[in-house]
Design a protein around this ligand. Sequence first.
Ligand SMILES: [Zn+2]
Length: 170
Amino acid sequence: MVCWLAQMSVQRVCMGSHPILRQKAQPVETFSQSLRRLARDLLDTMYANQGVGIAAPQVGYSLQIFIANPSQERGEELIVINPVLEKAIGRTSITEGCLSIPGIWKPIKRAKHICMRGQDIRGKSFVIDAEGLLAVVLQHEFDHLQGRLFIDRLSWLQRRALASAPSRLE
Ligand SMILES: [Zn+2]
């Protein structure tokens, strides 16, 4: 039996000023062993950092895959590949943070209810209807794959206040 800890592969998280976080991620075309390895690395890195979600660009891969898990319970993870946001309804505001921007927590306005299409780790298509925290996490991670960070959704004044403390974004 292989020890789980021996297989742990926590990756270094790219911080806010890293250029990969500003690129649109490439679609996943091959559902291979290396994609499964990347998914496992994402899971290990997310749990090691007590995150509720993580996207591939945050560990240095410009690929359209992310994990969402608002419950933080192992086994409850949602792996979403090549996501398409099909519906975004209503408005909500939940305080968000990001593993790539440590120490900053801000309420962000997003859609309350979404419908997202994607593929699982084997390439099988699925559709998810989500609201509440799950909908917010899905939108936050989807943004990462478009090269957007949650701080981009702050008001101009709030962003200016953050820019005056640039060390927090490095
Ligand atoms: Zn994030």
